[in-house]
Design a protein around this ligand. Structure first.
Ligand SMILES: [Ca+2]
Length: 83
């Protein structure tokens, strides 16, 4: 149940971000090449990005590169977590 809540929180964040125009998002992470939240760096923000963050948090804390961690910190608090 705890994990489902965490996944739901991440998905809600991704969905909220996907509702924003791309121009409204900071593109400073990963040298501006990718939008915040685009953790898998495929050019679009999808559930797969949220799934990668969930996997990083709960299964493999070596999964994400430094650039991916910067993209995953969508609220800019310096911590990659459900928020
Ligand atoms: Ca993506």
């Amino acid at each position: 149940m705890k994990m489902r809540k965490a996944i739901s929180a991440v998905l809600a964040g991704v969905l909220a971000l996907s509702a924003l125009p791309i121009s409204a998002m900071s593109a400073s992470a990963a040298e501006g090449a990718y939008a915040l939240g685009d953790v898998d760096m495929d050019g679009v923000i999808t559930g797969h990005d949220a799934a990668m963050v969930s996997r990083y948090l709960h299964v493999d804390n070596t999964l994400l590169s430094a650039d991916q961690l910067a993209l995953a910190d969508v609220n800019g608090d310096g911590v990659v977590d459900q928020a």
